[in-house]
Write a protein that binds this ligand. Sequence first.
Ligand code: G3P
Length: 224
Amino acid sequence: MKLFLDTGDIAEVEKAAEWGVLDGVTTNPTLIAKTGRGFRETVLDICRAVPNGAISAEVVATDYEGILREAQEISSWHPQVVVKVPLIRDGVRAVSELASRGIRTNVTLVFSVTQALMAAKAGATFISNFVGRVDDISGEGMVAVAESVQMIETYGFDSEVLVASIRHPQHVVDAIRAGAHISTMPFSVMNALFNHPLTDIGLKRFLDDWNAAGLEIFEGALKT
Ligand code: G3P
């Protein structure tokens, strides 16, 4: 499964990129607005921080011509850019046209398998299936993810199911179980994926035993 960071914060992107496990970054208008910086400069900084990563940047137009115009502009900024388009009728129509022009798209605000079907048929590169916002209103967000993954596999679509609106590590576990292709998450959640108390306890014991025995890896090396 590919791991994406869901942020507009370049410091977070740089930190996660250092770990060597980052496949891409997703942004949305809310996340970009939070940065207090320009859209284009933020997206270009993220592209530089994650060479070869897929960097999603979202249109704000809601009509077919407007979406196409913005998508053309955003995709011209950098070859790594994937244009994020909302799952509305004009959006799906635009995705179909963008696919024929060879422009990669990420269809967002997807909550059901029927919406995912429309995105897949239009030729979406990624289908952003939101889970947290469904769970927030007592739904089961991961159900649509599992159904969409199955739908993609059954019919052989090229789209990848991207689990979005992730709130905690358990969502990542559930995304793995559903066979999702990608998970995008806030920095705090990705950082938490490393954690296990037995790792900390185990490491402490190894080092205590090693040091108590007075062992060295570089025998004969001068101590500083
Ligand atoms: O960018 C899409 C998505 O990940 C948003 O998440 O936390 O606003 O529901 P959230």
